[in-house]
Design a protein around this ligand. Structure first.
Ligand code: ECB
Length: 138
């Protein structure tokens, strides 16, 4: 069983977020705002059921899913896309495939030591984010 992703995690690095957002068709205006945000992930898990919240001072975003079960995702407040998403474990990585208008879209989460890693994929662009466990979260 891979390391638990559960907890509250605060971003410490964010590489090529702008490239990822550009691939999603986000306007320069929103990208400039988004690039300044200190993103937080709050991940809850009960068995195969997960909730992943992305929190910021500007907007929040949340998904809820069960491992291996396709769900309809509406990326409200992001690129406002309707996609079909499926999350599975591939080794120690929690991988999401997001089928829709955008090619090669998805993400991967994994834990290494006390860090949560995230890669966001869209149309050949890869954004790499790293989060550290929030000090108030045991
Ligand atoms: C929700 C905080 C970011 C708000 C940014 C606002 C405007 C920019 C519009 C789109 C930017 C594209 C993506 C935002 C980046 C992170 C949000 C969630 C990324 C994601 O798919 O996370 C997964 C994996 O943790 C779970 O939804």
């Amino acid at each position: 069983m891979p390391a638990s992703l559960r907890g509250t995690w605060d971003i410490i690095s964010n590489v090529n977020f702008d490239g990822y957002m550009s691939a999603l068709g986000i306007s320069i205006y929103l990208r400039k705002i988004a690039l300044r945000l200190k993103l937080r992930k709050v991940i809850e898990q009960q068995g195969d059921q997960y909730i992943i919240k992305t929190l910021s001072t500007f907007r929040n975003y949340a998904i809820s899913f069960k491992i291996g079960q396709e769900f309809e995702e509406f990326t409200k407040g992001l690129d406002n896309g309707h996609i079909k998403s499926t999350v599975t474990w591939q080794g120690n990585k929690l991988m999401c495939e997001q089928i829709g208008e955008k090619k090669n879209r998805g993400w991967a989460h994994w834990v290494e030591g006390d860090k949560l890693h995230l890669e966001l994929y869209c149309d050949g662009e890869v954004c790499k984010q790293v989060f550290k466990k929030n000090a108030n979260d045991c």
